[in-house]
Design a protein around this ligand. Structure first.
Ligand code: SF4
Ligand code: SF4
Length: 93
């Protein structure tokens, strides 16, 4: 399943997309440790599979929460996508 977490406003679209089929076989849940804002949680989905989700309280604040990891802050790659070996994560901005 493709799960989108985020929002859009007048300045753009701010979504983190998680391919939960790739999470199913993840051995390390590396996204949890990699994110300096602690945005990732590992939870059971509707099928009782352990997959990554985004903390509910942060889903409408991703532009601000992630700003420190973005190219404007000097990053060439994001800590979360870099850490996710199965390649389950993408950002829309
Ligand atoms: S590291 Fe990637 S594959 Fe593993 S739980 Fe996190 S998002 Fe899913
Ligand atoms: S960009 Fe940074 S703050 Fe945003 S989810 Fe990835 S690691 Fe966490």
């Amino acid at each position: 399943m493709i799960a989108n977490y985020g929002y859009q406003d007048g300045s753009g679209e701010y979504y983190i997309t998680i391919d939960t089929d790739r999470c199913l076989d993840c051995e390390g849940h590396w996204c949890v440790e990699a994110c300096p804002q602690s945005l990732f949680l590992i939870e059971a989905d509707d099928y009782d599979d352990e997959v990554a989700t985004i903390v509910v309280s942060a889903r409408k604040q991703l532009k601000e929460k992630c700003a420190g990891c973005k190219p404007a802050a000097g990053y060439e790659t994001l800590p979360c996508t870099e850490a996710c070996r199965p390649g389950a994560l993408t950002h829309s901005w």
